[in-house]
Design a protein around this ligand. Sequence first.
Ligand code: GRF
Length: 203
Amino acid sequence: MRVAVLASGRGSNLLAILDAIARGELAAQVVGVFSDKAQAPALAHARNCGIEARHVSPRDFASRAEFDERLFSLVDAVQPDLIVCAGYMRLISDSAVAARTGRMINIHPSLLPDFKGLHTHQQALDAGARRHGASVHFVTAELDGGPVIAQARVPVEADDDAAQLAARVLQREHPLLVATLRELAAGRVALIDHRVHFNGRAL
Ligand code: GRF
């Protein structure tokens, strides 16, 4: 499975994917990493591994649609089977999403549908949640609203702050993303009629 990764920052999820591939635990190849941030460590990780790493600056484009047209022309050029948004912090235009339905996933640090958007760990603390976690979902036009493929749960401890909670969730994000990619690479997961199917059966 040829994988393109979109990332805006640190890139720990990208590293988890690359580690799993290197260990022979994931039958995939990262064929390109793309970012809206020139200084994203994710781009540096990719370059260190000899993977194509491209930055596209939103400031060079008049609209989101034009930016996405350029970004996704670069993504399409590496011919990915799957596009993974791993800490990619920009909204994607509806047309770019629609053209890739079922071929683009996102990892989001909450138990969706709870706590969409930003600052999810603080949102969970503010809501008094006792459980929190991460979700991998297919990307649709609705922000963080696409069909969920898999989730990982962690407890919220009484004295947690957002940073502690984020660290606990992140530990679970990496294996969750790798396990989900393994299912996708094996062809066991697909989006059919807006519903996630496992082995041909709707969730
Ligand atoms: C992760 O928490 C991911 O769920 C969220 O942004 C963070 C990215 O972390 N969407 P990293 O860049 O993969 O380290």
